[in-house]
Ligand binder design. Structure first.
Ligand code: CP
Ligand code: NVA
Length: 310
């Protein structure tokens, strides 16, 4: 059920294409205002946001906290030792208490079911700051970056090289709404969730493919994207994954196969020398820091729409 006081943002495709487009347009407008030095727009004045983190973060924590503050609101950081989702008290109790103090709850969690439960019991909007399953705010920032760089997202070819993880699931769900081609090139055994792939290929706007041949897959790409091979919660698999992912590093050879027009994106943090090279991150095709900055602007747009203040 939608919350009494707005809309949750749990998955990109919880929203229509028109709503997503409106969020992106709002993000662009607010970004322009903030970058021009105009600090007069305070739509979040008097509002507070609780931010629950059970995993580490730099971008998500700082971009949410700073973005909300810049627009007049107050954000509260609740780290892994504070709330202890499901350990110190039941998730449904946490939801029903926090929404009585706060106008919005942002959460970065392990189990996706936990954010669904928070949303089920919260009368304030719940915004997903990453779960094991997805990372919708990141992919909205990525879409914003591609629109700024290429003028469009529809009609593009986005090739993700690496692990079929939470980032990939949000990319696939974006393709449910926008007409572009998304290819996930991953080693066998590291594919994205098949039900999520099916969701798009049975009636989504775009097209999703899974490949095991990255050098072939990146040909003609507008965007080459990668992420860590071992996500938070999988770090003990890092050594095994380094063997399994041989040939999947986004290096100079991979970017050459993609061609000079391809942008390089990475959600960060990056492990240089593992899933990508230092040369690619620092190279002329890389827009990773514009992408990181856009986390804040994209989330301002998302929050304005979720809170009905756009
Ligand atoms: N990209 C991203 O979500 O970064 P953090 O883990 O630092 O928040
Ligand atoms: N897939 C990564 C993304 C980090 C922003 C993780 O879950 O650790």
């Amino acid at each position: 059920d939608p919350p009494a006081k707005g809309h949750h943002f749990l998955h990109i495709d919880d929203f229509s294409k028109e709503e997503l487009w409106a969020m992106l347009q709002t993000s662009i407008k607010v970004k322009e205002a903030l970058k021009s030095g105009d600090n007069s727009y305070k739509p979040f004045a008097g509002l507070s946001m609780a931010m629950i983190f059970t995993k580490p973060s730099m971008r998500t924590r700082v971009s949410f906290e700073t973005g909300f503050f810049k627009l007049g609101g107050h954000a509260i950081y609740l780290g892994p030792d504070t709330i202890q989702i499901g350990k110190r008290e039941a998730t449904k109790d946490i939801a029903r208490v926090l929404c009585r103090y706060n106008d919005v709850i942002m959460a970065r969690l392990f189990a996706h079911e936990d954010i669904l439960e928070l949303a089920q019991y919260s009368s304030s909007p719940v915004v997903n700051g990453l779960t094991d399953y997805n990372h919708p705010c990141q992919i909205m920032a990525d879409a914003l970056t591609i629109i700024e760089q290429k003028g469009r997202i529809e009609g593009t070819k986005v090739v993700y090289v690496g692990d079929g993880n939470n980032i990939v699931h949000s990319w696939i769900r974006l393709a449910a709404k926008f007409d572009f081609e998304f290819v996930c090139a991953c080693p066998e055994g590291y594919e994205p969730d098949p039900a999520t792939v099916a969701l798009v290929n049975e009636g989504g706007a775009g097209k999703v493919m899974v490949s095991h041949n990255p050098l072939e897959a990146v040909k003609g790409a507008d965007v080459v994207y990668t992420d860590v091979w071992a996500s938070m919660g999988q770090k003990e698999e890092a050594d095994l994954r380094k063997q399994k992912f041989q040939g999947f590093q986004v290096n100079e050879e991979m970017m050459a196969a993609a061609g000079p027009e391809a942008l390089f994106l990475h959600c960060l943090p990056a492990e240089r020398g593992i899933e990508c090279t230092d040369g690619v991150v620092e190279g002329p095709q890389s827009v990773v820091f514009q992408e990181a900055e856009n986390r804040m602007h994209a989330q301002n747009g998302i929050l304005l729409h979720c809170l009905g203040r756009a």
